[in-house]
Design a protein around this ligand. Sequence first.
Ligand SMILES: Cc1cc2nc3c(=O)[nH]c(=O)nc-3n(C[C@H](O)[C@H](O)[C@H](O)COP(=O)(O)O)c2cc1C
Length: 406
Amino acid sequence: MIKDKNIILGVCGGIAAYKSVELLRLMKKAGADVKVVMTSSALEFVGELTFKVLSENHVCTGLFNSGDSSVRHIEWASRADAALIAPATANMIGKMARGIADDALSTMMMAVKAPVMICPSMNTYMYENRALQRNLDILEQDGVIILEPGSGELACKTSGAGRLPEPELIFDRLVKLFHPCDMKGKKVIVTAGPTREAMDPVRYISNHSSGKMGYAVAEAAEKRGAMVTLITGPVSIAPPFGVELIKVTTAHEMANAVLSSMDDADIIIKVAAVADYRPLAPRENKIKKDQMDSRNNSLTLDLVENPDILKMVGERKRNQFLAGFAAETENLIANALAKIKKKNLDMIAANIVGREDSGFEADTNKITLLSKDGSSKELPLLSKQQAAHELLDHILGKIKHQVLAR
Ligand SMILES: Cc1cc2nc3c(=O)[nH]c(=O)nc-3n(C[C@H](O)[C@H](O)[C@H](O)COP(=O)(O)O)c2cc1C
């Protein structure tokens, strides 16, 4: 989303200025054109050269030392698609709130029309200071996006609020600025990953779901402004920022989590690959080899059906949009359409599994979106992130249509 975007990165004189280097690296890796502006205090903490080399741009360190006739603070400000100040010192926050323009960064910020995000970072007592909090309120009213500092041990050896969030989180929130806010106010539940059903204390039955598709859907919805609850089976990928995470292991736990949080949801998207069966009686102790049937070296495991969560949600939903996923190895469309009817779904995303570039574990997916009104849309092979956004576009379109039809 930030490829080729013009971003101003303001760096102020705080201990956390070193983290801005990593932040710049993330922005450059994503293809942004980053213009760094450093205050004279920032130069006491980190060198200009590092930012110059990594940004592949001139670094602005003062109003009057550009060495040419350009009016850089206006030129950069007017070309910016977003401006980010990390770390933002108490001093800079005060200047921005009160309209003081006495150095390159504060002057440039007066001229920026694009969205501005600041990341306050300072000692806890400074952060709690009433003047600072007043200034943050003013900036918030002015439409500046404020990323709250984290809590923990600070460089000054005190502990509390004031820590600059990690560069990955700052970068993620910056990227969010470039997404449409078309899901603001919507509550979305997404399920993801596999479930695990115990055979004994050390073994379980599960499937190959990596959680990548469900996590991509949750992330896309959060980036578009939704309040997202992600109910996830055990996976090895990091959860998206900004979502409420509920971790479960078994199908029963997933059913309980979904049913207890679904009533106030607007949209429920069930991407999880829930185990259809579980061992009837998981053993208390580890199954030993000598417990096998010695006649043919086999072990018989009785399985019992798990709750059909999608069906239960379909029966219970009121005026809510329910989307399911169908992972099939054959008769994809026919099976998916049957599932829509049987489980009272509004739509289904059908994907063929067992291909290297689609389904479980792959980074890409090939899905067909089928709706209860009979319409269908076959998507090309897409990254799971792109597929997630297509899915959300489709859902929003259907919801709008339903509202208009009412
Ligand atoms: C070692 C040291 C660390 C500092 N760390 C911070 C900090 O984390 N946050 C902050 O707001 N000010 C911090 N300051 C104070 C600022 O550097 C000072 O207020 C300065 O005027 C800020 O200038 P600037 O806003 O132009 O960058 C620190 C000062 C020193 C000497």
